[in-house]
Design a protein around this ligand. Structure first.
Ligand code: SF4
Length: 268
């Protein structure tokens, strides 16, 4: 079990095995996008704010965001200094999008703090007996010999639902529950506790002129996902990667946003 698997490996491989190969095996150049620093920096600010027991002043959380955003943009710029080579987001070209997403991320940090202090303060972070609060919690899940590792953003009590795992999203709705299932099984294994399900905390702009409105999505019903299904899914992923099955899956929508498209000869 030397090489571990993760939810992001699972997603990337299933989207296009060739993209997985170019990114993780060849380590080909990846076209950066400003939504990456935005996501990283909002997560960093949320994590620090949660770890302060939700006592950190908003200005401090914004400072964490600013620093993390700058660090992330700098790191990506070291490899790709020409921002006109970065991905566009709709009509916004790379350079413009970097500035735009700084403002968006900063507003999302404010919305995050506002949600838990004013809108839903009853949604408190879960602290398992004998452990620290589940904030950016590192887990290691053994699925019949395939080791799956990752981090869980939060586990919170949700009124009427109970204990749920929660993943913070700064972009569009992920549309599936796979990630949440992995987190639920991982926490249940580690702490021998019953978890009601999982949700996504969506922080996004409803209209360009209105403030962000964070909202947890519905609690996903994870009963269709017994542990054996996860064992099968990750077992197949592990087997396919070890067998070097990296067939391309060209598709216009996927290829357009593919970060290794420039290195691929199968792009749709
Ligand atoms: S451009 Fe399309 S086919 Fe090529 S690696 Fe990316 S997603 Fe796969």
């Amino acid at each position: 079990m030397s090489e571990h698997r993760s939810v992001s490996q699972f997603r990337e491989y299933n989207r296009c095995p060739q993209a997985y190969y170019l990114k993780r095996v060849v380590r080909a150049w990846e076209r950066p996008a400003a939504w990456l620093p935005q996501g990283t920096a909002v997560h960093a600010a949320a994590e620090q704010w949660e770890k302060s027991g939700r006592l950190m002043p908003l200005m401090e959380a914004e400072k964490v965001f600013r620093l993390a955003y700058a660090e992330s943009v700098d790191a990506l710029s070291e490899v790709t200094p020409r921002h006109d080579f970065w991905m566009s987001s709709g009509r916004f070209k790379g350079r413009e999008d970097i500035h735009r997403r700084f403002d968006m991320g900063l507003a999302q940090v404010g919305a995050y703090v506002d949600y838990y202090t004013r809108i839903a303060p009853e949604e408190v972070v879960w602290t398992p007996p004998g452990a620290g609060p589940i904030i950016e919690h590192e887990f290691s899940l053994d699925l019949d010999g395939v080791l799956v590792k990752g981090f869980i953003d939060l586990a919170v009590y949700r009124p009427k639902s109970g204990l749920v795992v929660r993943d913070l999203k700064t972009g569009t709705d992920p549309g599936d529950d796979f990630q949440l299932v992995v987190y639920v099984v991982a926490l249940q294994d580690e702490f021998d506790v019953s978890i009601a399900g999982g949700d996504y905390m969506m922080i996004r702009r409803t209209k360009p002129t209105e403030p962000f409105r964070p909202k947890p999505t519905r609690v996903f019903d994870l009963s269709a996902w017994p542990r054996t299904r996860l064992v099968d899914e990750f077992g197949l992923l592990d087997e396919s990667i070890r067998a070097e099955k990296f067939d391309p899956k060209p598709d216009k929508a996927t290829c357009t946003r593919c970060p290794v498209r420039a290195e691929c000869s199968f792009a749709a």
